[in-house]
Design a protein around this ligand. Structure first.
Ligand code: DUC
Ligand code: ZN
Ligand code: ZN
Ligand code: ZN
Length: 473
């Protein structure tokens, strides 16, 4: 296996930064050394197969995006990125691990849902991948099957308080699943929105002729995210199940998480770039049906109500621990357009897997977060939260050589025209300009992206069996 020296950069971790050279031997990091070090008298640069120059740039652990939906069937269509196109886009953006959601639907065996997801992903991924398990139908069989997940390398599962008739779990089902999860050490991930109430409000809006994309966000009121978040916290408390709330967008939901954590509960939350940057007002201002590009759930929130500002604060104070994308792309033509007469038929989702590292680095540029916190929320914490730390999430001897050389003096135009690599005919991020640039991406010692372009291939990425969450005692 080839050896590589990445020389002259600043290695950044969740806890600090240091000028260092990184020696890669085969698939793993062999050493992090003082700049220009020799090893047992050998000039390293002369001894290795390849020297990569990182002068003036950061060397960070590859991004871990813990929330993606490649090929997710939704609303009569399916998310437009396959594991092949979606992981290629991830690699372009410096994300070297994704955790996708295998889906079990009501009436289906969990094992069959999981096998279907393995079949979609195997041999197609450019970067390493793991799964969470969606339990879309909680019953005696699926509860029993949860006991097999840890052996499959799946240590977290997701329930939905939204989407009645699709993935929805009622309180009794949630309680039973959480009891089982607490027993097994599984982390419960929750889509916390009051789905039955949302569906009533949505139907009333459509009856009133309010059918445009903006009304998606009106129906999915923040009160219904706050209420569901609170309910999830209390159900978790009574069952002693650790809880991780996905795609938190409302300020009031963050306050619920903060309150629960202050009370000593094992409660965690993620947010997504769209809830930090985009707003309901911008969706309202979009011409015609264009606002459909920003239809996702939880929805974009009103900037006038301070949600985005509060979310940045929560990232600083650790009331929210990490940032994933909820990457769930749909094309405008033929997919988003399904809801042109009724926002309820717009497939929910935004594609961002390629942009998370750049978008969050922008928070460093604007002074919202530190450089170390950037690494923590995009790589280190996701790895720890989902049982991958040590292999992923850190640049240290023995870790997989998943590395990004990031240029703080570079510039990235996000989603302009066809410049992104996701399988979408538009971008929610059209026209966004950020300082910083992904210069080089390495996955287990292989260079996937560099100044010459893309060198990755389907099948390089391996399935990762995860340990139990390293956040839980
Ligand atoms: N939210 C989305 O935006 N897309 C898929 C599922 C979800 O909960
Ligand atoms: Zn969700
Ligand atoms: Zn999701
Ligand atoms: Zn090259």
């Amino acid at each position: 296996m080839p050896t590589t020296l990445i020389r002259g950069g600043t290695v950044v971790s969740a806890t600090g930064r240091v000028a260092a050279d990184v020696l890669v031997d085969g698939e793993t990091v062999a050493a992090v050394l003082a700049p220009g070090s020799t090893l047992l008298g050998h000039d390293l640069a002369a001894s290795v197969d390849r020297v990569l120059d990182a002068t003036g740039r950061y060397v960070v652990p590859g991004g871990v995006d813990a929330h993606t939906h490649m090929e997710l069937p939704f609303g009569g269509t399916a998310a437009s990125d396959t594991f092949e196109t979606g992981t290629r886009a991830a690699a372009w953006g410096g994300t070297t691990t994704i955790i996708d959601f295998a889906v079990q639907r009501a009436g289906e065996r969990v094992q069959d849902g999981l096998a279907a997801w393995h079949a979609k992903a195997a041999g197609r991924c450019a970067v390493d991948y793991a799964f969470h398990q969606i339990i879309g139908g909680v019953d005696d069989d699926s509860l029993k099957a949860m006991a097999t997940l840890v052996d499959e390398g799946i240590t977290s599962y997701k329930l939905f308080m939204a989407y009645p008739g699709v993935f929805y779990a009622d309180d009794a089902q949630i309680l039973r699943a959480m009891q089982q999860a607490a027993e097994l050490g599984l982390l419960t991930m929750m889509h916390a929105e009051n789905g039955p109430a949302i569906d009533v409000l949505a139907a009333q809006l459509v009856e009133q002729g309010r059918t445009g994309p903006y009304f998606h966000g009106v129906a999915r009121a923040w009160q219904l995210e706050e209420e569901a978040t609170h309910r999830a916290i209390m159900l978790a408390d009574v069952t002693r199940a650790p809880l991780y709330v996905v795609h938190v967008s409302a300020k009031q939901a963050v306050q619920q998480l903060a309150w629960a954590r202050d009370a000593g509960r094992n409660v965690f939350g993620e947010t997504c770039p769209q809830y930090l940057y985009l707003s309901l007002e911008e969706q309202l201002g979009a011409p015609g049906f264009e606002g459909a590009k920003w239809v996702c759930s939880t929805p974009l929130r009103a900037r006038a109500e301070g949600h985005q500002e509060h979310m940045w604060r929560a990232l600083r104070t650790n009331d929210v621990q990490m940032v994933s994308t909820d990457h769930c792309p749909f094309c405008f033509k033929g997919q988003k357009e399904l809801g042109v007469d009724d926002f309820r038929a717009i497939p929910n989702g935004i594609g961002s897997v390629e942009h998370r590292m750049d978008l969050m680095y922008q928070g460093v540029v604007t002074g919202e977060i530190t450089l170390e916190r950037w690494v923590e929320i995009t790589s280190t914490t996701p790895a720890r939260m989902f049982g991958l730390y040590g292999r992923k999430g850190v640049v240290a001897p023995g870790a997989d050589a998943d590395l990004v050389v990031y240029d703080p003096a570079g510039h990235t135009s996000i989603g302009v025209g066809a410049t992104h690599h996701m399988n979408m005919d538009h971008s929610a991020w059209e026209g966004v300009e950020v300082d910083g640039h992904v210069d080089l991406v390495m996955s287990r010692g292989e260079v996937l992206v560099d100044a010459d372009g893309y060198h990755g291939r389907p099948g390089h990425g391996r399935y990762l069996r995860r340990d139990l969450s390293q956040y839980l005692v």
